[in-house]
Structures are given as structure tokens and as C-alpha cells.
Ligand binder design. Structure first.
Ligand SMILES: Cc1cc2nc3c(=O)[nH]c(=O)nc-3n(C[C@H](O)[C@H](O)[C@H](O)COP(=O)(O)O)c2cc1C
Length: 199
């Protein structure tokens, strides 16, 4: 049975375009795969903490030698990675905040990018350990950035996903959402058409 892991990250619980696109994607995906499992992790509603000394030290120690705080930090990372490992398809919903992704989504990446588990270094360089998975990224942006130097979302996300071995990545950008009603409607329509092709 195919599994879709959805990561929501809009700080808006009402009126969020990325959340709306996520719902559209899930509906279309489930229509094609009625038995597929959908797991949703909302890093805005239940944020992971920033990387801290307990997590970095805990990663380097055997469990028996970890303090209680280190064990708790490592457990959060373990659980996030387990969800990712179980998924066949990863759906990331990413509003653009200050030209990049929400810090809550960055914190999720900081918990799942783990040496020896999701990537490793070899004599030939880094090797991603999650090959075979597919990712779809739904972005929502007030302005227009696709293909421009101001887009610090797409390049970063391609980099970190590829670093873990996820190279099959498709982006759907909803843009111009804060540039007047016509622009918002056009941006959303365009994204929904692209989403239908991707889903
Ligand atoms: C804190 C904050 C920062 C933002 N920064 C940008 C930005 O750098 N570029 C941009 O085009 N839009 C920016 N926006 C607009 C959002 O990307 C836009 O409202 C988008 O629809 C948010 O996603 P959501 O609808 O899923 O909440 C920002 C919005 C907020 C609240």
C-alpha cells in the first residue's frame, strides 16, 4: 500500500493557500489510489525545536550513554525519520516567508537530515540513502519568484531533498497571491492546473 507523507508548514490555520493546495492534492491522489495511506505532520501546529546541543550530542552517543534530555531530543528525530522512511511520496506545503521556507519546515529538515541514516559520506562524496522516493512541493507566494534569484525555496529544497537521495521532485508554485485579486485568482488557477498534472 502506497503511503503519502504530508508536511504542512503554513502558520495560518485559516485562509492558507498552501493548505488549500494540499487538500486538493490529497483529494486527487486518493481518487486515483483509494487504498493509499495519508499521514499528515503539521510542523506549524506542532513545531519541532531548533537544533540544540542535546540533539547534536545525542546523535553521537549510544543510547545507554545519553542523558534523559538527549534521549528525548533523539527520539523526536527518530520519529520524524521513521515517518519519512515509511513514505513512498513526500508532499511538502511551503509558504514563502522572507524569500525562503518557514523556520518550522527548516527545523523538520534539521531533524531528518542525519548522517548514517538519511545520507552518508563516502570516499566519493555524500550519498543519499532515501532513493526511490518521490517528492512534490506546493509553494504559496505573495509575489512572483519562480526562476528568479529571489526564489530561495526551490534551490534549497532541491538541494536538501537530493542530498537524502530524493531526486524526483516536482514543484507547483502558487504566485502573485498578494498582488491584487486578479493576480491572486490567476496564480491560484495556474497552480491548480499544474497540481492536477502532478497529482
Ligand atoms: C512573515 C511572512 C513573510 C512573507 N515573505 C514573503 C516573501 O518573502 N515573498 C513573497 O512573495 N511573499 C511573502 N509572504 C507572503 C506569503 O508567501 C503568502 O501570503 C502565502 O500565501 C503564504 O502561504 P499560505 O497562504 O499557505 O499561508 C510572506 C508572508 C508572511 C506572513
Amino acid at each position: 500500500m502506497s503511503q503519502l507523507l504530508v508536511i504542512e508548514s503554513s502558520a495560518r490555520h485559516e485562509g492558507s493557500i498552501s493548505r488549500q493546495l494540499t487538500q486538493d492534492f490529497i483529494a486527487q491522489w486518493q481518487a486515483q489510489q483509494p487504498h493509499a495511506q495519508v499521514v499528515v505532520r503539521d510542523v506549524a501546529k506542532q513545531p519541532l525545536p531548533h537544533l540544540d546541543g542535546d540533539l547534536l550530542a545525542g546523535w553521537m552517543l549510544p543510547k545507554a550513554e545519553q542523558t534523559a534530555a538527549q534521549q528525548a531530543a533523539v527520539l523526536r528525530s527518530d520519529q520524524a525519520i521513521e515517518q519519512l522512511l515509511a513514505a513512498d511520496v513526500l508532499l511538502l506545503a511551503a509558504p514563502m516567508y522572507n524569500f525562503s521556507i518557514p523556520s518550522t519546515l527548516k527545523a523538520w529538515f534539521d531533524h531528518v537530515l542525519r548522517a548514517g541514516v538519511t545520507f552518508k559520506y563516502t570516499e566519493q562524496g555524500p550519498q543519499g540513502l532515501l532513493s526511490g522516493k518521490r517528492a512534490v512541493v506546493l509553494t504559496a507566494r505573495g509575489g512572483v519568484h519562480a526562476g528568479l534569484p529571489s526564489d530561495h525555496q526551490e534551490a534549497y529544497l532541491r538541494q536538501v531533498l537530493g542530498f537524502m537521495g530524493i531526486d524526483d521532485v516536482q514543484f507547483v508554485h502558487a504566485e502573485g497571491l498578494n498582488m491584487g485579486q486578479d493576480s491572486a485568482t490567476q496564480g491560484l488557477n495556474k497552480a491548480q492546473q499544474a497540481l492536477a498534472r502532478v497529482a
